[in-house]
Design a protein around this ligand. Structure first.
Ligand code: SAM
Length: 284
């Protein structure tokens, strides 16, 4: 099979992002050891717990940018692992979509965190449709906030303004500070926190600056997190070249065949002062 690469040198995965069911997504990314949502889960859970304390209410709304088939919703609302999902969906490869949704109704019948509302945002309309039909996300939109001519209707604003926490895993790069800025415009009164996983070949500086202009502090977690293996040698070479150009040392990391990401947490200045990130993460 001919592999295509996007402008950043990443293998083009568009063929699995917008299918009528999640099987190809989990088959392909499972084979590549994709793990970023799982790696981010503990941090996101700690942020949700902290938000509950600071906002003195259990109901929490999470906006998942690039929600795909509802991956983070399954991890956070149903306490699944990415591996649970991979097994669940790849075992249903021969089942039609309707049957899969019936199986999902059983599989996702007992939420671990019923007070967590998840709103999905993804330009992949079939993936979002699946996440909604499976009951994984509580609502969603395919609006593309990267586009110049994207128009936010009152309904979009209502949906996007309710977030307490805005999350993205494996999506920064497809989305930029443009999307984050526009989301903050919608949710000005709610002062949502944010957590983004960002591959080391992408630069979060512009986003952090745009968020700072809106009264946000961005903190980068020290740890580096594996995301997935490279698809092939071409992808590895292109990504290593990109990193070198950015002055990022890939020795013992990407050079060994895996993408690495960093987690960025952005919060309003006062919240960041009241709840220092290291202690919030140490005592979830
Ligand atoms: C690597 S997948 C990550 C999916 C999921 N967050 C996870 O970690 O498993 C990237 C997702 O970003 C979505 N995406 C790409 N461009 C987007 C945009 N402009 N706005 C929202 N989602 C976008 C893709 O459709 C895809 O579902």
């Amino acid at each position: 099979m001919n592999q295509n690469y996007d402008a950043s040198g990443k293998a083009d995965m568009s063929g699995i992002y917008n299918r009528t069911d999640p099987v190809p997504y989990f088959e392909t990314l499972g084979t590549l050891g994709y793990c970023i949502p799982q790696e981010a889960k503990g941090t996101v859970r700690a942020l949700i717990n902290a938000l509950r304390k600071i906002r003195r209410r259990p109901e929490t709304s999470l906006l998942d940018i690039g929600c795909s088939y509802g991956v983070n919703a399954a991890l956070l609302k149903y306490d699944m692992t990415f591996e649970d999902l991979r097994e669940h969906y790849t075992s249903m490869a021969d089942i039609p979509r309707d049957g899969m949704l019936r199986e999902d109704a059983q599989f996702f019948s007992d939420p671990y965190d019923p007070e967590l509302e998840v709103i999905g945002m993804d330009t992949a309309h079939r993936a979002l449709r699946y996440a909604i039909d499976a009951g994984l996300v509580d609502g969603g939109t395919t609006v593309n906030l990267e586009e110049d001519d994207c128009e936010l209707t009152p309904a979009h604003r209502k949906l996007l303004s309710r977030a307490d926490l805005i999350l993205s895993t494996g999506c920064f790069g497809y989305v930029t500070n443009r999307t984050l800025d526009r989301l903050l415009e919608c949710g000005q009164d709610n002062h949502p926190w944010m957590c983004h996983t960002v591959l080391r070949m992408f630069d979060f500086t512009d986003a952090a600056e745009a968020l700072a202009a809106q009264g946000y502090v961005t903190e980068k977690l020290d740890r580096l997190t594996p995301q997935r293996r490279f698809v092939d040698e071409n992808e590895r070479k292109q990504v290593l070249a990109n990193l070198e150009e950015l002055g990022v040392d890939s020795a013992d990391l990407e050079a060994e065949g895996w993408y690495y990401a960093q987690l960025f947490v952005s919060r309003p200045v006062q919240d960041a002062r009241d709840m220092p990130l290291p202690s919030l993460l140490a005592n979830p």
